[in-house]
Design a protein around this ligand. Sequence first.
Ligand code: 6PG
Length: 246
Amino acid sequence: MTEREIKVFSSIELLNEFARNEIANLCAKAIAKHGQFTIALSGGSTPQKLYALLAEENFQSQINWLKTRFFFGDERFVAPDSDESNFQMARETLFSKIKIPQENIHLFLTEEGNAKTVAEKMENELREFFHLKENEFPRFDLILLGMGADAHTASLFPATSALKETKRLVTENYVEKFEAFRLTFTLPTINHARNIFFIIAGEDKAKAVREVLQGEYNPEKFPAQFIKPENGKLLFLLDAKAARFL
Ligand code: 6PG
């Protein structure tokens, strides 16, 4: 059962404050319930200030990084130290500023093979970490997602092959407009999460937000519409600019 909620904030700063507190609450609940907090980060530019907020000195007593395991919902097929890398962005804004064991961070090993083998390696890592049997999907405590102006999310872009993947946990996805491969969690992996937060800000996303939330159901064109946790909470966190057409 999907529980969907939409929250609009007058500024991205207020949105990030709220998101940080929610992440801390989910982390504490998850650790109390099953001893760890599993979170998949989104990339791009929107979440950078949130990650910096999570790294603030005065916040460190409110979250247990030692029992937090970070993954990435998607990654560019670039070196981990590339400016394009989502891992590099998270390392700069968050990981380099907090006390977290390296083994708690599960990055795509993008220099160890072609896009397919890199995706397969992350799939194997998920299977091992979540002790999954055949046909089982990981159940993340939280998956953070952004959304592009074309309504893509993670690296699930309109009219790309990854939208059709229902068996694999992670897949490579060739994106014509970038003439490049991406690595991405598949829809079943994302929709298996306990909690999914979309964090969307800025005028340029407003049309896509309206289409995704209020337009006709056409997920091949607006992939964010495919996001519907089977048994979890779906929370859209929007700033006023992104929500202006709602
Ligand atoms: C990525 C992201 C992607 C991102 C959207 C929005 O790898 O780029 O995971 O899905 O969330 O493209 O990006 P912005 O926040 O930069 O607008």
